[in-house]
Design a binder for this molecule. Structure first.
Ligand code: AP5
Length: 192
């Protein structure tokens, strides 16, 4: 609401399986951020039988991209509901269209962007060994998610790079080793 200071917004980007969700959980815990995952919000919308649930299910099963208005409004609802002024948005924006819709609907862009840069064969290996049975973790859908990442998400990362907002992290090694590279970025922000 209007009398609140606007939140510190961080977009966390990277290919499928690059470790966005894993690292966001650690950032949230260490630095007190609210962690919003676009994919998670969409999956919740499916499960809750929300008005767009079955449309979203069909799109995710194919590894495709859900219409921007739906995703942006799910994110905005969470930002408006929380008192937390430090927000991580994991796996969003996916496309230039997403980015532009966010800026139009929310009225601001991110303060910073973290990009987890991970080799494709490593991402595939991680996703195939994930054992929570996600509907999109089969090799066919993984290939589509990787293609969409290259074609649609890399341009978003390049856009923010040109604005000087991107911190690029080489996302190989253990979760702890990667977090050691992430930690200083947040430690150097004044977060009070
Ligand atoms: P989303 O849920 O965002 O999935 P994703 O981008 O494909 O990424 P993942 O969650 O699979 O991987 P991650 O990078 O978070 O890695 P994680 O930490 O889990 O999106 C899913 C779908 O939703 C999209 O395909 C699309 O259809 C839809 N969608 C999402 N956003 C949208 C948008 N804005 N607009 C429209 N549609 C949208 O790690 C992966 C695995 O690796 C885990 O098992 C983990 O334990 C393991 N792991 C992590 N780090 C390491 C490490 N260092 N070493 C070894 N293993 C590791």
């Amino acid at each position: 609401s209007s009398n609140r200071v606007r939140p510190l917004l961080t977009f966390v980007l990277g290919g499928p399986g690059s470790g966005k969700g894993t690292q966001c959980a650690k950032i949230a815990e260490t630095f007190g951020f609210l962690h919003l995952s676009a994919g998670e919000l969409l999956r919740k919308e499916i499960l809750s039988g929300g008005e767009n649930g079955s449309l979203i299910l069909d799109i995710i099963k194919e590894g495709k991209i859900v219409p921007s208005e739906i995703t942006v409004n799910l994110i905005l609802r969470e930002i408006e509901l929380t008192e937390n002024r430090k927000v991580l948005i994991d796996g969003f924006p996916r496309t230039d269209e997403n980015r532009i819709a966010f800026e139009r609907i929310v009225g601001v862009g991110p303060d910073l962007v973290i990009f987890f840069d991970c080799p494709e064969e490593e991402m595939v290996k991680r996703l195939l060994s994930r054992n929570q049975g996600r509907i999109d973790d089969n090799i066919e859908t993984i290939k589509k998610r990787l293609e969409i990442f290259d074609k649609l998400n890399l341009p978003v990362i390049n856009y923010y790079s040109s604005k000087g907002k991107v911190h690029k992290i080489k996302a190989v090694g253990t979760t702890e080793e990667i977090f050691e590279k992430v930690n200083p970025i947040f430690a150097s922000l004044s977060l009070n």
